[in-house]
Design a binder for this molecule. Structure first.
Ligand code: AMP
Length: 397
């Protein structure tokens, strides 16, 4: 498969699946345009090559067909500004207006189609709907990594209507895939996976898959308490899942058998209430008094985790070490960010993926100090669970 930069779009109409699912306020103003900004280099390259661009995206979750609130027309002005091109708009993503405007498109011009999810066929992965969309362009470009784990009409099904030479990833998608593949299939050892977040149940598949690949797994956040309780420790009123305790023990046993080092916190910042103003103290793991709950990893754990991270050549981070949204419980997550940044500066490859760890590195200002920050929460998680992502498979064929 040729890379996006080698693809020539001269004289071609590129139909690009983008992720313009941006948050809008009540006045329909965009409150965070990161997703739009990410795709600008893809669009610009195609226009510079001498191609034209037809953009398709979803916005929000419209339930019953066309809904004014979810119209992509709200983003046309901002997109025009970002591209420095007057973006045209079609009031429908299929149908006469879309067909006519796409057909009339000249090199250097951009057309945005109305919200794909105004048709139920989009999420159902309807083949006839995908075929209609495919008629609008000569080349299909998928640059929406955030929806790569969905087999929707525009993200996967549509690809079959383009010959392999006429379909490609865009910049965003290509860099996401390359970074993920580097960690999953070509990780230099030692390889540490840092897994945090609230629940074991959300992260079980990713841990199981990483047991096959990583040399070290750091487990922090709320999910650690299920492990401590399963081992007979006292966890007070910390978050935990009783029904996942056997699974936690199974993970520890599997790791031991495979020679993978699991690092659980040795101490915890505990609070008498789930609040930033609660009383706090530090307790060793397994010794949390009744009425107290663990909301962050303690200082000894932070030092131990940092040592493991600094000794690693590949780092994957998914999930915070504590309730980082509250100032008094963010030191653990911040310490991880500092260590990952330092390891990266020393030459390690670091990938941060999955919703909350991404918000954490952004919040602490570390996004430029790691090798790669993934934009696709659910998609990246499913990739590291070992699943085939329909959006990737459809392009690769
Ligand atoms: P996830 O989306 O699974 O990565 O979980 C992220 C959420 O886990 C964040 O909102 C954190 O506040 C929460 N979390 C992390 N550690 C704890 C903890 N010790 N107790 C309760 N919630 C936690």
């Amino acid at each position: 498969m040729s890379s996006f930069k080698d693809f020539s779009f001269a004289g071609k109409k590129a139909l690009i699946r983008v992720d313009f699912n941006v948050p809008l306020n009540d006045a329909f103003e965009i409150t965070d345009d990161n997703r739009m900004g990410a795709t600008i280099p893809t669009i610009t390259k195609i226009l510079k090559d001498g191609g034209s661009v037809i953009l398709m995206s979803h916005l929000g979750r419209p339930k019953e067909g066309p809904t004014a609130k979810y119209s992509l027309k709200h983003i046309v002005a901002h997109l025009s500004k970002l591209l420095n091109v007057e973006v045209q708009f079609a009031n429908d993503c299929i149908g006469a207006e879309a067909i006519d405007k796409a057909a009339a498109l000249q090199a250097g011009q951009v057309l945005l189609l109305e919200n794909l999810r105004f048709y139920k066929e989009e999420e159902k992965g309807d083949v006839a709907f995908a075929k209609k969309l495919s008629k609008l362009g000569d080349v299909y470009v998928n640059d929406a990594f955030g929806t790569a784990h969905r087999a929707h009409a525009s993200t996967a099904i549509i690809a079959q209507f383009f010959a392999p030479a006429n379909r490609t990833f865009g910049w965003v998608m290509e860099s996401e895939v390359l970074s993920a593949e580097k960690v999953m299939h070509a990780a230099q050892k030692p390889f540490v996976a840092i897994i945090g977040g609230a629940k074991v149940s959300d992260k079980i598949l990713i841990i199981e898959n990483l047991l096959e690949r990583a040399t070290d797994i750091i487990i922090g956040g709320g999910m650690a308490y299920t492990f401590f309780k399963a081992q007979g420790g006292k966890i007070g009123k910390s978050i935990h899942e009783d029904d996942r305790m056997p699974l936690a023990l199974e993970i520890l046993a599997k790791a031991k058998a495979k020679g993978v080092h699991i690092h659980l916190p040795v101490d915890n910042v505990v609070a008498d209430d789930f609040s930033n103003t609660a009383n706090t103290q530090t307790c060793d793991s397994g010794e949390i008094p009744d009425g107290w709950e663990g909301l962050d990893v303690g200082e000894k754990s932070r030092e131990q985790f940092a040592k493991v991270i600094l000794a690693s050549k590949t780092i994957l981070w998914n999930g915070p070490m504590g309730v980082f949204e509250m100032e008094n419980f963010q030191a653990g997550t911040k310490a991880i960010a500092v260590a990952v940044a330092e390891a990266t500066q020393n030459g390690a490859f670091s990938l941060v993926g999955g919703g909350d760890s991404v918000s954490a590195v952004n919040q602490f200002g570390f996004n430029n100090k790691v090798s790669y920050v993934s934009t696709g929460g659910g998609a990246m998680l499913e990739y590291f669970e070992g699943k085939t992502l329909p959006g990737i498979a459809a392009i690769k064929g």
